[in-house]
Design a protein around this ligand. Structure first.
Ligand SMILES: *Cc1c(COP(=O)(O)O)cnc(C)c1O
Length: 473
């Protein structure tokens, strides 16, 4: 059955005059009023809340409303907002100057911390965003192999890099069509887009183009179409096929890195502390989000022999005026140092309690859903069956999510404003914050049930929601 393009989006259930006024002003001077599309609330309707301040697990908006934060800046605020030790590190660093354009000690300390956590990463180059990290990793892979084709998976988001803003809607191997205006067909034509978790499709792509593929890039455990963990053996198959054909494997841990475990998703899949075979690790990793502690800092890294191809030692150029910024690296370092085993244990606990309660209430309200996990990252798909790839992810009831989202928002819980995102928790989510979320859940579950019924539970989200699925942050 067809649905109208716009599924009568829920509007604000309570007036937020200050946010609404700021949004009007923003629209005049900022395209769409936002500096990253998902913030505009297009997938859920209503007025984006302008946040004035944040502390611990809580956000306060310009109208004075408080929310338990389940976005956590899309991952970075793993210790909670304005964490005292991170704040102190930032204050100290800032007092010593903001940017030098020379090497500085914090860069070394942060690189050492990353290398110590993720053994297959012997060297990292620091950059300013996840987008830069993946862009540079792809260039490095192309420079090393002398090949130009890249394999990516539909529903995996790697930032707004031209060649990676391509995805196909079907499970068939196709050459990517640009997913955004302004991306030249030539840039996307080098990108082969496959269905996630489909080993046969990867094998077929390598049979046909094996000697032209520079790299496979994959989210270590996808979180940008909602959480869709790799099926058992999928990551290993990617490693085997890339190795057999002389291509590099790039594991994008911008979201999962230092969140799923102290060594990210790689740590979880490897069994963290256990011995590993260097040949089985990805060639390149990309990091961002948590490692910047809320500031612009990201990285790509791998074996020293691979990283040696970068300028100034090697022929692959890459640079950045603010890369390794002393304040950003201080925040990142303090954040990573704060990510102790107790922190990861608390994240697991909080995520477990929230997901279990949400699932329980949705079931009680008769709302079809499935909870999927990658470490403490989880998302709830408003769909009855497991989600293995982007086609599955799109077959959820986004109208039900919109109703759920707005009921939670009204009750002081800020979820991601899109059904295609993970829910993020922090170590600052104490029992009071958790209880606040638990109290809101039954109401939101009933709102989702009403929306689902009113909607007849059509298949497929509106087009705007498709876009939100891969445009994070
Ligand atoms: C957020 C994200 C990016 C992009 O990072 P930015 O800092 O927003 O440029 C890349 N890859 C993944 C997996 C991400 O989650």
């Amino acid at each position: 059955m067809m649905r109208a393009m716009t599924p009568s989006p829920p509007t604000d259930q309570v007036p937020v005059p200050e946010s609404a006024a700021l949004m009007d002003r923003a629209r005049a001077v900022i395209p769409g009023g936002v500096n990253s599309p998902v913030r505009a609330f297009r997938a859920v309707g209503g007025t984006p809340r302008f946040i004035r301040s944040a502390a611990g697990a809580w956000l306060t908006d310009v109208d004075g409303n408080r929310y338990v934060d389940l976005i956590c800046s899309w991952g970075p605020m793993i210790l909670g907002h304005a964490h005292p030790e991170v704040l102190e590190a930032v204050r100290t660093a800032a007092a010593h100057g903001f940017s030098f354009g020379t090497p500085s000690e914090n860069e070394v300390l942060l690189a050492e911390e990353i290398v110590a956590r993720v053994p297959p990463v012997e060297q990292v180059r620091l950059v300013n965003s996840g987008t830069e990290a993946t862009m540079s990793a792809v260039r490095l892979a192309r420079g090393i192999t002398g090949r130009s084709r890249i394999v990516k998976f539909a529903g995996c988001y790697h930032g707004h890099v031209d060649a990676l803003l391509a995805q196909a809607g079907s499970g068939v191997a196709t050459f990517g069509l640009p997913d955004s205006a302004g991306v030249p067909a030539s840039a996307a034509a080098e990108t082969i887009v496959l269905a996630y978790n489909d080993v046969d499709a990867v094998r077929a792509a390598f049979e046909q183009y094996g000697d032209q593929i520079a790299a496979v890039i994959t989210e270590a455990a996808p979180g940008n179409m909602g959480v869709v963990p790799p099926a058992p053996g999928f990551t290993a198959a990617l490693r085997q096929l890339t190795r057999d054909h002389g291509a590099l494997l790039i594991s994008d841990e911008v979201m999962t890195g230092f969140r799923c475990s102290r060594a990210g998703w790689w740590g979880l899949e490897q069994g963290a502390a256990g011995a590993y075979d260097a040949d089985d690790a990805p060639d390149l990793f990309t990091f961002g989000k948590v490692m910047g502690g809320g500031f612009p800092a990201a990285a790509f890294g791998g074996r020293a022999a691979v990283m040696a191809a970068l300028a100034p030692d090697g022929p692959v150029y890459q640079a950045g005026t603010l890369s390794g910024n002393p304040v950003a690296t201080a925040a990142g370092l303090a954040t990573l140092r704060g990510c102790t085993p107790a922190v990861y244990q608390r994240l697991d606990e909080v995520a477990g309690v929230l997901a279990t309660a949400a699932s329980h209430e949705l079931a009680a309200a008769g709302v079809p859903h499935v909870v999927q996990w990658a470490g403490s990252m989880f998302s709830i798909f408003f769909r009855g069956e497991p989600v293995r790839d982007y086609v599955d992810a799109k077959a959820q009831d986004t109208a039900a999510y919109g109703a759920f989202f707005h009921e939670m928002l009204t009750r002081g819980v800020h979820l991601p404003p899109s059904a295609f995102e993970a829910w993020f928790v922090s170590a600052a989510h104490d029992d009071a914050a958790v209880d606040h979320v638990l109290a809101a859940l039954p109401h939101a579950a009933r709102a989702a049930a009403r929306a689902g019924l009113a909607d007849g539970r059509h298949e497929g989200p509106p087009d705007s929601a498709h876009t939100q699925a891969r445009v994070s942050g």
